[in-house]
Design a protein around this ligand. Sequence first.
Ligand code: HEC
Length: 167
Amino acid sequence: MPIKISLSLLISLGLVLLTGCSSPEEDSVSTASSAYNTELDMTEIMSLVLEPASDILWSSGGWVLDASGYEELYPTTDDGWAYVRSQAAIVVESGNMLALPGRAEDNDAWMIYSQGLSEAGVLAMEAAAAQDQEAFFQAGAQLYSVCTACHQAYNPDILNRFDEAAD
Ligand code: HEC
């Protein structure tokens, strides 16, 4: 069996440190939801927008050792880093999508997790721009902790399904 030390593996083993969200609380007032198209429900945003982008980030961090030898999972070309940077941008904007009136479940912890998502995405974008493997790995771990924290708070049932999906 190949040895694989990647974010995906750490996530499936539950070994990624949960750092939590420490964003300051902000009391922004929601505006009328009619101004936004919120037709995509939470399941669609998660499985069609956020998860595909996050999976690419997680599978682009770490290394694999198998029969064919040692292999870095990190991008090795400028184009490769540019691609993961663009996926990180989707994560940044997903934080805003979740915070839209009509989507946000409250004006409290939900907003903090949504901001935490964007912040982790920004860190991943910066790491990708700098082609900094260590910072990119850390950003992926922080991202995972935000996903898990919000699921624990708002939909504990999702936790198992999500862990299986990350495998
Ligand atoms: C602000 C809160 C919040 C954040 C942050 C969040 N989620 Fe979710 N997620 C939810 C909620 C709520 C559901 C349940 C949706 C439902 O079933 O109605 C969910 C469901 C899911 C599902 C299951 C979708 C399905 O098919 O039923 C996946 C997969 C998922 N999230 C992935 C992620 C990933 C990956 C991240 C981080 C990159 C993330 N989520 C971050 C709130 C969040």
